[in-house]
Design a binder for this molecule. Structure first.
Ligand code: DAH
Length: 358
């Protein structure tokens, strides 16, 4: 008997019935393994004569090759199937939503308040200026008509830098943004042709565009409790022209404050006060007519008509130029707007607090 086509057929269908490479390897063992059917046939040859071995051996070999070819074919089929399944399962679904960053950064509430202030004043034609935080004694105090023995100059109130500048000045961490009044005005006067010498009392009395500027930024004082931080923020305002008066200050500040708090339901009042760099001087108080802060006067700013001595230090002739200035606490405005009761929370860097403002 040399026809092994039935055996080949049997192997074919056994291989075709397998669904995974492991199943196929098991099926292979049934035919080609150590005790497989083909192997057993080979072993049976030993007992035969040389001629019989030849014919029967050749036939077994043909069958074996056919079975091996069938095995190889099925291996390929299963590998193809696996690849197709993998391609289908790993298909990119372009309609799925993108992955988002779980935590996004944002602006600090003081920065948000400052940007808000800048936008409101810019809409009223005010320039926004930036200046040094390490400031000279002359700009911080002298130019602003502070007498030499004024308590604000003392070490209890102002941080001093341990060096004297090349100009002979003592330097401090500016205790207010007011020095920016004189810095900005001097630059403005020079830009418009003012060639002044304050020491010789040569002051500018020619034509120039009005000075209208705010200068927000960090300020420093030796002070620390629930409503004071050694580092805090102020915004200075200055408007100098030939006929700028308190009524302009009131209109500008009222417009600012109603926009900042997004309500018309508030009142503003000037309360007489004293600052060396203004005469007359006033505190600006506001009162909300509704909401949680309703009915209480809240101090938000110092202000006044710029003192003639300061106008002179700007390089301007006080006989021709006049105007007002104000200095407001940005942190205080932010506390009122966002309902924050302890100033220190702004500067502790607690993400649970800060993330509420995004
Ligand atoms: N510099 C003052 C302070 O820090 C605030 C201030 C008061 C600024 C009156 C002004 C002003 O421009 O006119 O307390």
């Amino acid at each position: 008997m040399t026809d092994f086509s039935a055996l080949v057929e049997e192997a074919h269908s056994a291989f075709a019935n397998t669904q995974t490479p492991a199943e196929l390897e098991n099926a292979k063992a049934l035919f080609l393994g150590k005790t497989g059917k083909v192997t057993e046939l080979m072993k049976g040859l030993a007992a035969l004569s040389v001629d019989e071995k030849k014919t029967r051996g050749a036939a077994i070999n043909v069958a074996k090759q056919a079975i091996e070819a069938a095995l190889q074919q099925r291996r390929q089929e299963l590998a193809d199937q696996e690849l197709q399944a993998q391609l289908a399962s790993e298909q990119l679904d372009v309609t799925l939503p993108g992955r988002r960053q779980s935590a996004q950064g944002g602006l600090h509430p003081i920065t948000l308040a400052q940007e808000r202030i800048e936008a409101i004043f810019a809409s009223m034609g005010f320039d926004v200026a930036d200046g040094p935080e390490i400031e000279s004694d002359w700009f911080s105090f002298t130019s602003l008509n502070n007498p030499p023995n004024h308590p604000a100059r003392s070490m209890q109130d102002t941080f001093y830098v341990d060096a004297v500048g090349a100009d002979g000045n003592y330097y401090n961490l500016r205790p207010h943004t007011s020095p920016m009044q004189v810095r900005y005005a001097q630059a403005h006067v020079r830009k418009h042709g003012g060639d002044f010498d304050i020491a010789k009392n040569q002051l500018f009395a020619g034509d120039m565009p009005e000075i209208r500027v705010i200068a927000p930024g960090r300020t420093y004082r030796v002070d620390s409790d629930a409503t004071h931080s050694p580092m805090f923020h102020q915004v200075e305002g200055l408007w100098i022209g030939e006929a700028v008066s308190f009524k302009d200050l009131k209109a500008v500040y009222l417009n600012f404050i109603t926009q900042f708090f997004e309500t018309n339901a508030l009142k503003l009042r000037f309360r007489p006060s004293y600052f060396p760099f203004t005469e007359p001087s006033a505190e600006i108080d506001i009162m909300f007519e509704s909401g949680p802060l309703k009915g209480r006067w809240l101090e938000v700013s110092g202000s006044g008509q710029v003192h003639p001595n300061v106008i002179r230090n700007m390089g301007l002739d006080p006989e021709r130029y006049i105007g007002f200035a104000f200095g407001s606490g940005i942190d205080r405005l932010a506390m009122l707007r966002y309902g924050v009761s302890d100033l220190r929370q702004f500067f502790e860097g607690d993400i649970r607090f800060l993330s509420q403002f995004q």
